[in-house]
Design a protein around this ligand. Sequence first.
Ligand code: C2G
Length: 129
Amino acid sequence: MKKVITYGTFDLFHVGHLNLLRRAKELGDYLIVAVSSDAFNASKGKKAYHSIEDRVKILEAIEYVDEVILEESWNQKIDDILSNNVDIFVMGDDWKGEFDYLKDYCEVVYLPRTEGISTTKIKRDLKVG
Ligand code: C2G
């Protein structure tokens, strides 16, 4: 079984997230999503609209997602890859190059982002609307 992992906040879930998860799942048989905790988001300078509990529920309901774990630190990826026997690490290409150090542990794939949509854009558009 080929296992894939990806990481993210997945706040205000949108089609860019969905496309990423669909394509990540297409690379293997089993997709693990590590969703950023509220505390970890604070370290990214982000504050999610939806609580971690709700973001976990939404991700668990998505057909492409087989397992959801918490992302609580920048430094957990190697452990996650080794302890879950992950074959492929996937991120959108806004992160291109940032995680190449993981190539010692698994395949690293950066997928093109979906143009025209982002959580930031949603928040900005709703402020105006
Ligand atoms: N994404 C995408 N297209 C978009 C928006 C997002 O492909 N239009 C992808 C991002 O590239 C990322 C994933 O969807 O791979 C989740 O995006 P975010 O929730 O914004 O994740 P981020 O805050 O970048 O956290 O350790 C890694 C971090 O946790 C990533």
